[in-house]
Structures are given as structure tokens and as C-alpha cells.
Design a protein around this ligand. Sequence first.
Ligand SMILES: Cc1cc2nc3c(=O)[nH]c(=O)nc-3n(C[C@H](O)[C@H](O)[C@H](O)COP(=O)(O)OP(=O)(O)OC[C@H]3O[C@@H](n4cnc5c(N)ncnc54)[C@H](O)[C@@H]3O)c2cc1C
Length: 372
Amino acid sequence: MKISVIGGGPAGMYLAILMKKADATHEIVIYERNGPDDTFGWGVVFSGKTLANLRAADELSHAEITRNFEAWDNVDVVHRGEKISIHGNSFSGIARLRLLKILQRRCEELGVEIRFRTEVADFDSLKADCDLLVAADGVNSLVRQTFKDNFGPDLSVRPNKYIWYGTNRLFYGLTLTFRETSAGVFAAHSYKFDQTTSTFIIECDPETWNSAGFAEMSDEETRAYLAGVFAADLNGQPLLSNNSKWINFLLVKNARWSRENVVLLGDALHTAHFSIGSGTKLAMEDAITLKECFDETPGVSAALERFEEVRKPVIKEYQAAAYESMVWFEQARDYMHLTPTELAYVLMTRSGRVDRESLRRRDPEFVAAYEA
Ligand SMILES: Cc1cc2nc3c(=O)[nH]c(=O)nc-3n(C[C@H](O)[C@H](O)[C@H](O)COP(=O)(O)OP(=O)(O)OC[C@H]3O[C@@H](n4cnc5c(N)ncnc54)[C@H](O)[C@@H]3O)c2cc1C
């Protein structure tokens, strides 16, 4: 088969790897508008179960990825300056760039061609020239926009603002820090993802954002203001910018997932709020499922139909949990009257996926402290 992939992110590269591994005669080209070393952001998180899926799909890249992991079992909630730790969880962090490099190398080894600094604009010609066109072109997918009458996208711009920084202050565990200021409430999501760096995402509601006056601030002023809000947590370390800008989270769903020989994959197809750390996991698991559909179902259109049938219910469930979590952070100011232990409990159970008994199995001491 001749396969063209738009987007050299985790979804596009992982699909290319799995398809090429399954059949070396496939001719696969990935078109990526950025260079091999460009990236946005800092580290990404995987939760426990994903790793088994990655190992089963491709042991070599799994081994490389896990060698570079920073793993931890605690969620730390910081409120009113007090830290509550909840153990028994399973998360791992890796720099996004490192993950991309591992996948790039694996593509090269297998003979997948990646054309960097190549922006695709003419989707019709590319579509006509291949058997399968994979649109793994990210959250602002132009393929999805171009064929919107077919895909039926449902896009919702969420009210909260967030900004993705790094810092050399190391947070050993998934740390959720709340700071109340005269402008309003700020929440930080932070975790160490290599020996020297942590991701530090800051989120606030629009009222807080307006009252702090960010619209009038330069990037430098914004960074200094936020470093001040989290001064006690950063321990004197600055926030590091990677062209970091305020964004509103875009919730993406699509009524239909493919059109003739074109299929959406990863963030182009669906998003899940970063507070449940599943975007990269879902992108790579999409690739695993799509490849399996090609194994089981002959013909491109039948395989794409099967993909939607099998994968849609899984994504629906994740998006439902992520939605609860996202809305919780949008309403975070309503929870600030809680004590640190109460807040930690409410946070741990916010997505509806964890109840008191499962939390007790993870960390009996924490649940006992909450009940007391
Ligand atoms: C603040 C924040 C925090 C996050 N935290 C986490 C986390 O903790 N854990 C996690 O798993 N995920 C996290 N994510 C999500 C994660 O970054 C994405 O879900 C994941 O990268 C999706 O992979 P993808 O391959 O679908 O898309 P992307 O990684 O966005 O890749 C799409 C690629 O397509 C390229 N492209 C687009 N258009 C074209 C074109 N026309 N021609 C050529 N190339 C094109 C882009 O340059 C890009 O490289 C976070 C996201 C944000 C914004």
C-alpha cells in the first residue's frame, strides 16, 4: 500500500512504524512542517496501563521510551501551602522532544521516509496519489477543516486560559498546586520529566486572567508575574519559556472519522484535557488500533469503518472522564474553601473513574486521614 501521513507527531509516526513493521512492502511517507529538532512544550505524561500496550505493539521503541522515563507513584496536592501526597498511582514522564526523536529513529530504521519542513496544503492531490491518507496533523488540523462537511467536527473552545512552561525546580510526582491571589485562583500542573526539568502548566479562569491584566502584559511580564504567584513552590527557580503563550483548551470531537481513503488520527480526531494526561497515550493507542483494523479487515474503506466502530466507544469513555476533570479545573475557585485534605480527596475522585474504595486500595492512609 502507498500510505501518506500528514504530521510527524506521536500519532503519525507511531502509525507509520506499526504499518511498516507489519508489511515492509508498504511505501510510507510522513510530511512534517517542522524540522526534526523543533518542538513545542516540555514533557508529557503516560499513565500505567499504556506501557503494556506499547510493549505489545513494538518492543524496541517501548524499551527506548521506558529507558528514558521518569516514573512516580504519588499525586501531590498543594493548597494553602500544605502538601498532601496520595500514593499508589502510576505515572511516567518523558520529554516530548525525546519521545519524538525515538520515534523518528525507529521510522528511519524501518525505512519510513520523513520529509521534514514540508507543509502540505494540497490535500486533494495527496489523497488521489495514495491508497491511504492519514491526517495526524494535530489539534488545529487543516485536513479536518478542509473536509469538515464529511467529518462533522464538533469544536468547543473552553473558557480557562493555560500556559505551558518548564522549570528546573524538580517536582517528584504529579503535583497540583493551588494559589489564591487578589486576582483569583491559579492552578499549576507540574511533574519532573528528566534529570533537570519539570513541566509547569499554569491554568486560571477568565475572571482571574482579566483581573490580573494579562492582556496588557508582555511575555516577560507574564512570566515574572506567574513566577511571583508560585514563588514559594518554585523555590527561587525561574519559569522557562519555550515561546510559551496563553491558550484556551480546544475540545475536539468528530461525527465521522474517515472520508473515502482519508482518516483522522490523534489530536486531529479528538482531544482530552491535559489534566488527565492522556493526549499522547490516546494518539499512540489510536495508531495501534488502526493498524490492528488493517490486520483484521481487508480493504481500506472496511478497515477505516472498523476503526471507527472499535475505537469510538473507548474515546467516548476517556473524553467523558476528561470532561469532568476539565470542568473541575474551570470551577476550581468554588473548592478553595476546602481544607487541603478535603481538596485532595475531591480532586482524586473528580473524573468519576476513582471512587473511595479504589482510592483506599491505592492509599489507605490517605483515605483514613480524610475520613478522620
Ligand atoms: C498544555 C498541554 C499539556 C499536555 N500534556 C500532556 C500530557 O501530560 N500527556 C500527554 O500524553 N499529552 C499531553 N498533551 C497532549 C499532547 O501534546 C498531544 O495530545 C499529542 O501530541 C497528540 O499527538 P498528535 O500526533 O495527534 O499531534 P501533534 O503532536 O500535535 O502532531 C501534529 C504534527 O502535525 C504537524 N502538521 C500540522 N499540520 C501540518 C501540515 N499541513 N503539513 C505538515 N505537517 C503538519 C505539526 O507540525 C505536528 O508536528 C498536552 C498538550 C498540551 C497543549
